[in-house]
Design a protein around this ligand. Structure first.
Ligand SMILES: Cc1cc2nc3c(=O)[nH]c(=O)nc-3n(C[C@H](O)[C@H](O)[C@H](O)COP(=O)(O)OP(=O)(O)OC[C@H]3O[C@@H](n4cnc5c(N)ncnc54)[C@H](O)[C@@H]3O)c2cc1C
Length: 323
């Protein structure tokens, strides 16, 4: 019979036993509730070994590829190594570069002490000496030499203020993660993709787009980046360059305040999107940034026909609201 390795302890499964039952029988306090594969509270992650498809039914593609499964309906056919959800890697990292991308946004390049395995669009938690911790989305690709973050200055913000005003190249931080399910999963290469975000919501989207392109995604990719005014847009030239290079990529910058012109749309980003694409059934969507906007867009895209399992979102919820 197969066995499971859970936090360094090896448990052999009995005939027809689920992973959850084997853990409980061996005294592991594994979270669970319905024991029928529907509530999701027994979610675990396999770091090696393959999980039966039945144990991943109903999970998003992005969760499946990371090895997440429901332990209460998992009867594996081979040995599995498991990790509890949220048991992240913590690495030391050195600040390699700090560049202003706009008056409000600094690009931080971090060199981790060891390679960090991540998918572009996921996020890491950056910790400073003293324990201050904030999450930032990853804009870089795994084969790039540094981890790229885009950090917007928040007035009175402890972490963002430090990165903008005091942090120096060569200084050390720690990085915890990666986390999040907002990333490109290869497959369905002809599916249209819509990406939308405001401010530094662009960071994960920039990673996701380049990841989709390097996986040879063939379907149309539409990026909408919103800001209050033109000065809040950034990476404009780089995104136009990418769109020029890949004709199936369209980049629409949008501002809330300003006059209509050929190169920038004016209006709330949800209205700009739905004016162009009122019907979105069969599409995949990625939404990042301001929590209110992310929630509004989620509803709007769903009401326009996008399936909820195809909507991947990361709301940048301020730390005070999460703790
Ligand atoms: C999953 C995730 C990914 C994220 N990715 C990014 C990213 O890629 N880039 C990025 O810049 N940020 C990102 N954030 C937000 C980031 O984690 C911090 O919340 C942000 O940098 C503010 O931290 P701070 O320490 O500077 O401000 P704090 O010291 O925490 O806050 C100072 C004051 O500002 C308020 N405040 C905090 N954030 C905002 C806001 N957005 N708007 C208005 N008031 C605010 C607080 O309530 C508080 O009163 C992400 C958040 C999450 C949860």
């Amino acid at each position: 019979m197969p066995s499971v390795d859970y936090q360094g302890e090896l448990f052999a499964l009995r005939d027809d036993e689920t992973v959850l039952d084997a853990l409980l029988r061996n005294g592991v306090k594994a979270a669970h509730s319905c024991k029928a594969g529907s509530c999701g509270s027994c979610l675990l992650r396999a770091t090696s070994g393959s999980v039966p498809a039945k144990a991943q039914l109903g999970l998003k593609e992005s969760w499946k590829v990371q090895g997440y499964f429901l332990a209460c309906v998992c009867r594996p056919e081979e040995d599995l190594a498991l990790s509890a959800v949220g048991s992240d890697v913590r690495l030391g990292a050195t600040i390699r570069a700090l560049d202003l991308l706009s008056p409000d946004v600094v690009r931080v390049r971090l060199q981790c002490d060891e390679p960090l395995s991540f998918r572009p669009g996921q996020y890491v938690t950056v910790l400073r000496e003293g324990g201050l911790a904030r999450s930032y989305s990853i804009a870089s690709l795994p084969d790039e030499s540094a981890l790229e973050l885009h950090i917007r200055r928040i007035s009175g913000g402890k972490m963002s203020g430090w990165f903008h005003d005091s942090a120096q190249v060569g200084e050390r931080v720690s990085v915890l993660g990666p986390s999040g399910e907002c990333f490109y999963v290869p497959g369905k290469e002809d599916q249209p993709i819509l990406l939308a975000g405001t401010g530094t919501g662009l960071a994960p989207l920039y990673g996701i787009i380049r990841d989709a392109l390097r996986h040879s995604h063939r379907g149309p990719i539409h990026l909408f980046h919103g800001a209050l005014h033109r000065g809040g847009l950034y990476l404009v030239e780089e995104l136009h360059r990418l769109a020029h290079l890949y004709p199936h990529l369209t980049y629409t910058p949008a501002v809330l305040n300003g006059s209509e012109s050929d190169d920038v749309a004016v209006g709330p980003i949800d209205q700009v999107i739905l004016k162009q694409f009122p019907k979105l059934s069969g599409w995949r969507g990625f939404l990042c940034g301001d929590p209110t906007l992310v929630n509004t867009l989620k509803k709007r895209l769903f009401l326009s026909g996008m399936a909820s399992r195809e909507i991947y979102a990361d709301a940048f919820i301020p730390a005070a609201q999460t703790s």
